[in-house]
Design a protein. Structure first.
Length: 309
């Protein structure tokens, strides 16, 4: 039997991407076990035992799932996040975990800016009103001249910084390990998290998850009244209850999110709030990002699988 590779990212699970042909040309059989959706734990336990490679989406990959796949050599994510993978178990089992750092950075950065524009100009409710045959004009706010706070200044965050500067914003960034060589032209500087929250009109998150939410009641209390919050990073960075309370009290003017604890998310009050903009995890779901990430993920698979152990 030819060695098998499971392919589960929703952008690829229907097959057909030209980059995948390189895997077949190298002698691998491709499995698309759950077209259009994430696999469940039970489904992973059925298809992974026969696989040597796993081109994975954002679904959890647990110790139990890994233990059931003794022939698995490599997990290749078509993105950068690995917090859904039990890395300790993977290392113990000798399974390489590969990512495509930077492949979707431009797509995520552009979405973050798009969400800011949509929120400050109140585009969603005005679009909905016109579709319901109501003429409803809502006064908006311009980004130019305002301060953008970028939390996390990696590949995505740096792109957001440049885009914000291009729109005429002042930009302040916080990063646990700031890069002193990153010094774009314009009103930009690194600062502390406390200062960023205190002076920003818009706060956007581009950092890895922590043990507890980064944006909780205390963080929101430290923000300027009327701040707009954007999260295209990880849902666990934000305390949903604190955001809902802040929206009700007017301390936040709005919230936009592209990330959720589960996909699709369970019905919840926050996601139906009129001052909340939601998108179905589309940050990296652009033609260009999918192309870059798929080719990089395939290259990672072939490199690991064809390198003598």
């Amino acid at each position: 039997m030819t060695p098998r590779i499971a392919v589960t990212p929703r952008s690829l699970s229907q097959g057909g991407h030209p980059a995948l042909a390189a895997l077949e040309a190298a002698g691998y059989t491709l499995l698309f076990p759950t077209p259009g959706r994430q696999p469940t734990r039970e489904e992973q336990l059925r298809f992974l035992p026969s696989c040597v490679g796993y081109l994975a989406g954002v679904e959890p990959i647990t110790r139990e799932v890994l233990a059931a796949a003794p022939d698995l050599k490599v997990i290749s994510r078509n993105g950068v996040g690995v917090d859904s993978i039990d890395l300790t178990a993977a290392a113990e089992q000798g399974v390489a975990v590969e990512t495509t750092a930077g492949a979707n950075a431009q797509g995520v950065a552009e979405l973050a800016i798009a969400l800011m524009l949509a929120g400050l100009r109140r585009i969603p409710p005005q679009d909905a009103a016109l579709k319901a045959d109501r003429w409803q004009r809502i006064e908006g706010r311009e980004l130019a001249g305002r301060t953008l706070g970028v939390v996390g200044c990696g590949q995505i965050g740096r792109r957001v910084v440049r885009l914000g500067l291009g729109l005429g914003m002042s930009v302040r960034a916080f990063d646990a390990f700031p890069d002193p060589e990153f010094a774009p032209a314009g009103d930009f500087s690194y600062t502390t998290m406390e200062d960023l929250l205190a002076r920003s009109d818009v706060v956007t998150l581009h950092c890895p998850p922590e043990e507890r939410p980064l944006i909780d009641k205390g963080a929101i209390a430290a923000m300027r009244p009327g701040t707009f919050l954007v999260n295209t990073a990880r849902s666990s960075l934000v305390d949903d209850g604190a955001v809902l309370e802040a929206l009700a009290e007017g301390r936040l003017t709005g919230y936009a999110t592209d990330v959720y604890d589960q996909e699709p998310p369970a019905p919840q009050e926050l996601l139906h709030h009129p001052q909340v903009i939601t998108t179905p995890h589309i940050g990296g779901y652009t033609m260009e990002s999918v192309e870059r990430a798929t080719r990089a993920a395939v290259e990672n698979l072939l490199r690991v699988l064809t390198t003598p152990s």
